[in-house]
Design a protein around this ligand. Sequence first.
Ligand SMILES: Cc1cc2nc3c(=O)[nH]c(=O)nc-3n(C[C@H](O)[C@H](O)[C@H](O)COP(=O)(O)O)c2cc1C
Length: 213
Amino acid sequence: MKTFTAASIDALPQRTRANLMNCASGLRSALLVGTRSSNGTTNLALFSNVFHVGAAPALIGMIARPKPEGTERHTLDNILSTGCWTLNHVGQSWVSVAHQTSARYGGDTSEFEALGLHEEWIEDFAAPFVARSMIKLGLTLEQHTPLTVNDTHLLIGRVQLLRCPAEIMRDDGTLNMAGVDPAVACGLDSYHGVNSAERFAYAKPNQPPERLD
Ligand SMILES: Cc1cc2nc3c(=O)[nH]c(=O)nc-3n(C[C@H](O)[C@H](O)[C@H](O)COP(=O)(O)O)c2cc1C
Protein backbone atom coordinates (compact mmCIF):
# COMPACT_ATOMS: atom_id res chain seq x y z
CA MET A 1 0.00 0.00 0.00
CA LYS A 2 1.04 3.60 -0.57
CA THR A 3 -0.17 6.47 1.59
CA PHE A 4 -0.17 10.06 0.42
CA THR A 5 -0.74 13.15 2.53
CA ALA A 6 -1.78 16.57 1.28
CA ALA A 7 1.88 17.61 1.52
CA SER A 8 3.22 14.60 -0.42
CA ILE A 9 0.51 15.05 -3.08
CA ASP A 10 1.54 18.71 -3.47
CA ALA A 11 5.18 17.61 -3.81
CA LEU A 12 4.54 15.22 -6.73
CA PRO A 13 5.61 16.28 -10.25
CA GLN A 14 2.72 18.14 -11.88
CA ARG A 15 1.80 15.42 -14.42
CA THR A 16 1.98 12.63 -11.82
CA ARG A 17 -0.20 14.62 -9.43
CA ALA A 18 -2.72 15.37 -12.18
CA ASN A 19 -2.92 11.70 -13.19
CA LEU A 20 -3.19 10.45 -9.61
CA MET A 21 -5.89 12.92 -8.65
CA ASN A 22 -7.81 12.40 -11.88
CA CYS A 23 -7.93 8.65 -11.12
CA ALA A 24 -8.43 8.79 -7.34
CA SER A 25 -12.07 9.88 -7.44
CA GLY A 26 -12.82 6.79 -9.54
CA LEU A 27 -14.47 5.86 -12.80
CA ARG A 28 -16.86 8.27 -14.52
CA SER A 29 -18.95 8.17 -17.66
CA ALA A 30 -17.23 9.40 -20.82
CA LEU A 31 -19.43 12.01 -22.50
CA LEU A 32 -19.02 14.17 -25.58
CA VAL A 33 -20.12 17.73 -25.02
CA GLY A 34 -21.63 19.22 -28.19
CA THR A 35 -21.81 22.99 -28.63
CA ARG A 36 -22.02 25.62 -31.35
CA SER A 37 -20.12 28.90 -31.33
CA SER A 38 -21.85 32.24 -31.88
CA ASN A 39 -20.49 32.23 -35.46
CA GLY A 40 -21.95 28.78 -36.11
CA THR A 41 -18.93 26.42 -35.84
CA THR A 42 -19.87 23.20 -34.08
CA ASN A 43 -17.58 21.78 -31.38
CA LEU A 44 -17.14 18.50 -29.54
CA ALA A 45 -15.03 17.79 -26.46
CA LEU A 46 -14.71 14.82 -24.14
CA PHE A 47 -15.76 15.46 -20.53
CA SER A 48 -15.97 13.07 -17.60
CA ASN A 49 -16.62 15.50 -14.73
CA VAL A 50 -20.37 15.32 -15.25
CA PHE A 51 -22.83 14.58 -12.44
CA HIS A 52 -26.46 14.42 -11.34
CA VAL A 53 -27.55 17.55 -9.47
CA GLY A 54 -31.29 16.95 -9.04
CA ALA A 55 -34.41 15.55 -10.69
CA ALA A 56 -37.02 18.23 -9.94
CA PRO A 57 -36.05 20.32 -11.78
CA ALA A 58 -33.91 17.96 -13.83
CA LEU A 59 -30.35 19.30 -13.48
CA ILE A 60 -26.94 18.02 -14.52
CA GLY A 61 -23.65 19.66 -13.55
CA MET A 62 -20.18 19.58 -15.01
CA ILE A 63 -16.79 21.06 -14.31
CA ALA A 64 -14.86 22.89 -17.03
CA ARG A 65 -11.14 23.49 -16.71
CA PRO A 66 -9.74 26.95 -15.90
CA LYS A 67 -9.26 29.38 -18.76
CA PRO A 68 -5.99 31.22 -18.15
CA GLU A 69 -5.29 34.34 -20.27
CA GLY A 70 -4.41 33.39 -23.82
CA THR A 71 -5.93 29.87 -23.78
CA GLU A 72 -8.93 28.71 -25.77
CA ARG A 73 -11.74 26.79 -24.09
CA HIS A 74 -14.30 26.35 -26.83
CA THR A 75 -16.85 24.35 -24.86
CA LEU A 76 -16.91 26.86 -22.01
CA ASP A 77 -17.02 29.89 -24.33
CA ASN A 78 -19.77 28.37 -26.47
CA ILE A 79 -21.92 27.45 -23.47
CA LEU A 80 -21.55 30.94 -22.01
CA SER A 81 -22.38 32.61 -25.33
CA THR A 82 -25.26 30.37 -26.47
CA GLY A 83 -26.58 29.08 -23.14
CA CYS A 84 -26.94 25.45 -24.26
CA TRP A 85 -25.04 22.21 -24.86
CA THR A 86 -25.55 18.51 -25.44
CA LEU A 87 -24.19 15.48 -23.56
CA ASN A 88 -23.66 12.35 -25.62
CA HIS A 89 -22.68 9.06 -23.98
CA VAL A 90 -19.66 7.43 -25.62
CA GLY A 91 -19.82 3.76 -26.66
CA GLN A 92 -16.90 1.40 -26.09
CA SER A 93 -16.74 0.54 -29.80
CA TRP A 94 -15.87 4.15 -30.75
CA VAL A 95 -13.93 5.29 -27.72
CA SER A 96 -10.77 6.08 -29.71
CA VAL A 97 -12.52 8.70 -31.86
CA ALA A 98 -14.18 10.16 -28.76
CA HIS A 99 -10.78 10.41 -27.06
CA GLN A 100 -9.42 12.29 -30.07
CA THR A 101 -11.91 15.13 -29.45
CA SER A 102 -9.82 16.04 -26.38
CA ALA A 103 -7.04 17.27 -28.70
CA ARG A 104 -6.71 21.05 -29.02
CA TYR A 105 -8.34 21.71 -32.37
CA GLY A 106 -8.54 25.37 -33.41
CA GLY A 107 -11.72 27.36 -32.89
CA ASP A 108 -12.56 27.33 -36.62
CA THR A 109 -12.35 23.50 -36.84
CA SER A 110 -15.38 21.38 -36.02
CA GLU A 111 -14.38 18.11 -34.33
CA PHE A 112 -17.49 16.60 -35.97
CA GLU A 113 -15.97 17.21 -39.40
CA ALA A 114 -12.36 16.57 -38.41
CA LEU A 115 -13.23 13.17 -36.92
CA GLY A 116 -16.07 12.07 -39.15
CA LEU A 117 -18.73 12.11 -36.41
CA HIS A 118 -22.17 12.98 -37.74
CA GLU A 119 -24.15 15.84 -36.27
CA GLU A 120 -27.77 15.25 -35.32
CA TRP A 121 -30.14 18.17 -34.77
CA ILE A 122 -33.18 17.27 -32.66
CA GLU A 123 -36.32 19.41 -32.82
CA ASP A 124 -35.24 23.04 -32.54
CA PHE A 125 -32.53 22.47 -29.94
CA ALA A 126 -29.69 24.89 -30.75
CA ALA A 127 -26.68 22.63 -30.00
CA PRO A 128 -25.60 19.57 -32.00
CA PHE A 129 -26.00 15.97 -30.80
CA VAL A 130 -23.70 13.10 -31.83
CA ALA A 131 -25.70 10.86 -34.13
CA ARG A 132 -24.01 7.60 -33.13
CA SER A 133 -24.37 8.18 -29.37
CA MET A 134 -27.08 5.98 -27.87
CA ILE A 135 -28.01 8.25 -24.93
CA LYS A 136 -28.09 12.01 -25.45
CA LEU A 137 -29.28 15.00 -23.49
CA GLY A 138 -29.84 18.65 -24.39
CA LEU A 139 -29.27 21.18 -21.61
CA THR A 140 -29.76 24.90 -21.10
CA LEU A 141 -27.53 26.85 -18.73
CA GLU A 142 -29.16 27.50 -15.36
CA GLN A 143 -26.12 28.46 -13.31
CA HIS A 144 -22.49 29.29 -14.00
CA THR A 145 -20.26 29.57 -10.95
CA PRO A 146 -16.52 30.20 -11.34
CA LEU A 147 -14.96 28.26 -8.44
CA THR A 148 -12.47 30.48 -6.63
CA VAL A 149 -10.76 27.46 -5.05
CA ASN A 150 -9.01 26.52 -8.34
CA ASP A 151 -10.45 28.71 -11.14
CA THR A 152 -12.52 25.86 -12.63
CA HIS A 153 -16.08 26.56 -13.76
CA LEU A 154 -19.20 24.83 -12.43
CA LEU A 155 -21.89 24.71 -15.11
CA ILE A 156 -25.36 23.50 -14.18
CA GLY A 157 -27.79 22.77 -16.96
CA ARG A 158 -31.50 22.01 -17.07
CA VAL A 159 -32.42 18.94 -19.09
CA GLN A 160 -34.57 20.05 -22.03
CA LEU A 161 -34.25 16.84 -24.07
CA LEU A 162 -33.34 13.22 -23.33
CA ARG A 163 -33.20 10.53 -26.00
CA CYS A 164 -32.35 6.87 -25.29
CA PRO A 165 -33.33 3.48 -26.73
CA ALA A 166 -36.79 2.48 -25.45
CA GLU A 167 -35.56 -1.05 -24.65
CA ILE A 168 -33.03 0.06 -22.01
CA MET A 169 -35.60 1.95 -19.93
CA ARG A 170 -37.19 -0.13 -17.18
CA ASP A 171 -40.76 0.48 -15.94
CA ASP A 172 -39.44 2.25 -12.82
CA GLY A 173 -37.52 4.80 -14.92
CA THR A 174 -34.04 3.34 -14.35
CA LEU A 175 -31.83 2.72 -17.36
CA ASN A 176 -30.05 -0.53 -18.13
CA MET A 177 -26.80 1.22 -19.05
CA ALA A 178 -25.03 -2.04 -19.93
CA GLY A 179 -27.45 -2.25 -22.87
CA VAL A 180 -25.65 0.58 -24.68
CA ASP A 181 -22.10 -0.70 -24.02
CA PRO A 182 -20.94 2.60 -22.51
CA ALA A 183 -17.33 3.63 -21.94
CA VAL A 184 -16.30 4.87 -18.51
CA ALA A 185 -13.12 6.88 -18.08
CA CYS A 186 -10.39 6.58 -15.48
CA GLY A 187 -8.22 9.69 -15.45
CA LEU A 188 -7.37 11.12 -18.85
CA ASP A 189 -6.10 8.07 -20.72
CA SER A 190 -8.02 4.90 -19.77
CA TYR A 191 -11.45 3.67 -20.72
CA HIS A 192 -13.31 0.68 -19.31
CA GLY A 193 -16.39 -1.30 -20.21
CA VAL A 194 -19.39 -1.90 -17.96
CA ASN A 195 -20.73 -5.23 -16.68
CA SER A 196 -24.41 -6.00 -16.30
CA ALA A 197 -25.91 -4.50 -13.14
CA GLU A 198 -26.54 -6.02 -9.73
CA ARG A 199 -29.69 -4.25 -8.56
CA PHE A 200 -31.05 -3.75 -5.04
CA ALA A 201 -34.30 -2.40 -3.59
CA TYR A 202 -34.29 0.89 -1.65
CA ALA A 203 -32.19 0.18 1.47
CA LYS A 204 -33.80 0.31 4.91
CA PRO A 205 -31.91 0.15 8.24
CA ASN A 206 -33.84 -2.82 9.66
CA GLN A 207 -33.89 -5.00 6.52
CA PRO A 208 -31.15 -6.98 4.76
CA PRO A 209 -30.26 -5.93 1.19
CA GLU A 210 -32.96 -7.17 -1.20
CA ARG A 211 -31.86 -8.12 -4.70
CA LEU A 212 -33.98 -7.06 -7.67
CA ASP A 213 -34.13 -9.14 -10.85
C1 LIG B 1 -11.08 11.23 -20.37
C2 LIG B 1 -11.07 12.74 -20.43
C3 LIG B 1 -11.95 13.45 -19.63
C4 LIG B 1 -11.98 14.86 -19.66
N1 LIG B 1 -12.85 15.52 -18.84
C5 LIG B 1 -12.87 16.88 -18.85
C6 LIG B 1 -13.76 17.58 -18.00
O1 LIG B 1 -14.58 17.00 -17.27
N2 LIG B 1 -13.72 18.95 -18.03
C7 LIG B 1 -12.87 19.65 -18.86
O2 LIG B 1 -12.89 20.88 -18.84
N3 LIG B 1 -12.03 18.99 -19.68
C8 LIG B 1 -12.00 17.63 -19.70
N4 LIG B 1 -11.15 16.96 -20.53
C9 LIG B 1 -10.28 17.75 -21.42
C10 LIG B 1 -10.99 18.24 -22.68
O3 LIG B 1 -11.51 17.16 -23.43
C11 LIG B 1 -9.96 19.02 -23.53
O4 LIG B 1 -9.43 20.11 -22.78
C12 LIG B 1 -10.56 19.53 -24.83
O5 LIG B 1 -9.49 19.97 -25.68
C13 LIG B 1 -11.49 20.72 -24.63
O6 LIG B 1 -11.91 21.13 -25.90
P1 LIG B 1 -12.61 22.54 -26.18
O7 LIG B 1 -11.54 23.61 -26.12
O8 LIG B 1 -13.17 22.37 -27.56
O9 LIG B 1 -13.65 22.73 -25.13
C14 LIG B 1 -11.10 15.57 -20.52
C15 LIG B 1 -10.22 14.85 -21.35
C16 LIG B 1 -10.21 13.44 -21.31
C17 LIG B 1 -9.27 12.69 -22.22
